[in-house]
Ligand binder design. Structure first.
Ligand code: UTP
Length: 298
């Protein structure tokens, strides 16, 4: 097995989604729809478009709908078939054929690092990707493909980053970068959610990673940090001390769909781009803007 081929991706989806309560009380955040597709399907499609064959989804209590979504739905398929709705039928069948799906349970939400560790036995001794499904990245070249491209050349862990406004750094993991080329940096260190005055840069890690299997023994030794959770950032800091780690600035429009405002913005953007709904939705927004402007003039 070539160590440069990234075939597997882990999608951690066992978080509690507290920023999106109450809807996430009994329904998985990952199943919230952006127009007509659940968030997690965008993540899976990005992985597949980046060359991933095996998708490992880390789930937890109350997340059964995710497995059902990527499974076949024989009754629905029969119904669509007999109703002659062949296009819908094709669309529905495609979902279960996207990749090889595998599920592992994280019995307690002990942090992102712990969620990744839960997938170790399914990854084995090869590099793998991690995609956080609530970070939606709308890009001409899939975000993960941009990282895999760097991994193939540099043979070290690659983190996807984007420049964020200084006042927002405390929401992210921030890297200490050493510039190597346009958009590419060597990661010297990183810090989780720093205050703007302590941040080493404004390059934020945005939910896309390509990691070597060497991360697993480090994760196993990582002690719980903030909120008693095993933080992936802590393990990445250790890995960066031992082997080269890179940060690639991802080209694309990112939406934090795990946050209510971010989700609403993503919904509007995706609805406007939707080939069936876009024109009518745009018309609605324009008429609404005209109404507000008229009201203000009164
Ligand atoms: P987040 O912190 O963004 O997600 O974790 P969350 O915990 O679900 O949401 P909030 O912050 O409480 O609103 C990033 C990703 O890591 C997963 C989440 O599902 C999310 O996709 N995660 C987090 C796990 O799988 N397990 C965990 O223990 C924690």
């Amino acid at each position: 097995m070539s160590r440069t081929t990234v075939r597997k991706a882990v999608i951690p989806a066992a978080g509690l989604g507290t920023r999106f309560l109450p809807v996430t009380k009994a329904s998985p955040k990952e199943m919230l729809p952006l127009v007509d597709k659940p968030l997690i399907q965008y993540a899976v499609e990005e992985a597949v478009a980046s060359g991933i064959e095996d998708i490992i989804i880390v789930t937890g209590r109350g997340k059964r709908a995710i497995e059902d979504h990527f499974d076949r739905s024989v009754e629905l398929e029969e119904n669509l078939k007999s109703a002659g709705k062949s296009q819908l039928l094709h669309q529905i069948r495609q979902i279960s054929n996207l990749a090889n799906f595998c599920y592992v349970r994280q019995s307690e939400a002990l942090g992102l690092g712990h969620a990744v560790l839960c997938a170790q036995h399914l990854i084995g001794d090869e590099p793998f990707a991690v995609i956080l499904g609530d970070e939606i990245i709308d890009a001409a070249v899939p975000a993960l493909a941009q990282l895999i491209h760097v991994y193939k050349k540099r043979h070290g862990a690659v983190l996807g980053v984007q420049d964020v406004p200084k006042q927002d750094v405390s929401r992210y993991g921030i890297v200490t970068p050493k510039r190597l080329a346009a958009g590419l940096h060597r990661v010297q260190d990183m810090v989780e959610k720093p205050s703007p005055s302590d941040a080493p840069s404004t390059l934020a890690v945005i939910g896309r990673y390509v990691l070597p299997p060497e991360i697993f023994p480090i994760l196993r030794k990582t002690v719980p940090g903030k909120n008693g959770e095993i933080q992936l950032t802590d393990a990445l800091r250790e890995l960066a001390k031992k082997s080269p780690m890179f940060a690639q600035e991802i080209k694309g429009q990112r939406h934090d769909a795990g946050d209510k405002l971010g989700f609403l913005i993503a919904t509007v953007e995706f609805a406007l781009k939707n080939p069936t709904l876009g024109t009518d939705f745009n018309e609605y927004l324009l008429s609404r803007t005209r109404m507000i402007t008229n009201d203000r003039r009164k």
